[in-house]
Design a protein around this ligand. Structure first.
Ligand code: ADP
Length: 259
């Protein structure tokens, strides 16, 4: 087994994920450094979303290990042995990771303000005034200060997604996972959401792991691009390398299909 990279914030070590007979991730090794922005590209079904879901602990690894910040994440030590991490172990660690999904998943019965303050107050234990102040700052960042008292149903899809980004950031995560956040949007709303994410990338040092088909955005914000095929990394490199001069035929073919 290769030694884990101790400077990494996220480390996948020989991770296998199977659903029944289907191997979705096949002995996957990769690391993400603190502050790094990594984009995952590749054909549908190549395992990209599963990687994010493992980090959100919505799925469990079949084999291998995940570490976050040098600590076991998929597993925990018990009686000198490593066993699958349980809920009590994961709860405090999961708070360090925020995720934005394709579907906006806002709480429909709460105002925008409440969507942004609920978890910071009840999960992080922030005083209400501080959570409110943070909510206002974040709404300014996503350009929706005037919508603080609106309900999600009163917002466009793009505005809801910008609120969902603000809500994820309200928890002050170290890691932000973005799963095709513009795929469900009408085309005219995509640019506004991507602009917000560009601002987040430029103004924070948050580590980002992003699954997207928006290649222009990937090129602008990523430090590194991983091209997936059948649960393995087929090729990786800087955006210039992957988009400008891909080596693998699979990468060339995939890029032809999306560009
Ligand atoms: P991608 O994000 O690259 O499109 P996914 O990680 O979503 O790929 O999915 C990889 C494969 O795993 C797909 O074939 C998908 O159908 C399968 N898969 C994902 N989740 C489940 C599940 N809960 N049960 C069974 N199969 C699943």
């Amino acid at each position: 087994m290769p030694p884990s990279d101790t400077s990494a914030l996220i480390n996948f070590d020989q991770v296998v994920k199977r659903f029944g007979d289907l191997t979705v991730l096949d002995h996957l090794d990769f690391s993400v450094a603190p502050g790094e922005r990594v984009t995952l590209i590749g054909p549908s079904g190549s395992g990209k979303t599963t990687i994010l879901r493992l980090l959100m602990t919505l799925e469990k690894v079949t084999e291998g290990r995940i570490e976050v910040d040098g600590e076991p994440f998929s597993h925990m030590s018990r009686g000198g042995r490593m066993v699958p991490a349980n809920e009590a172990y994961l709860r405090p660690r999961r708070k360090r990771i925020g995720m934005v999904f394709q579907q906006f998943n806002l709480f429909p019965n709460m105002t925008v303000r409440k969507n942004l303050t609920e978890a910071p107050v009840h999960v992080l234990g922030l005083p209400k005034a501080e959570a409110n102040e943070r909510a206002e700052e974040l709404l300014e960042l996503v350009g929706l200060s005037d919508k603080i008292d609106a309900h999600p149903t009163q917002l466009s899809g793009g505005q809801q997604q910008r609120v969902a980004i603000a809500r994820a950031l309200a928890m002050r995560p170290e890691i932000l996972l973005l799963d095709e956040v513009t795929s469900a949007l009408d085309p005219e709303l995509v640019a506004g959401v991507l602009d917000v994410l560009r601002t987040v990338a430029e103004t924070t040092d948050i580590t980002m792991l992003c699954v997207t088909h928006e290649m222009g955005f990937a090129r602008d914000v990523s430090h590194r691009v991983l091209m997936f095929d059948k649960g393995r990394i087929a090729e990786e490199g800087t955006p210039d390398e992957i988009f400008g001069d891909p080596r693998e035929e699979r990468t060339k073919e995939f890029l032809r299909s999306v560009l």
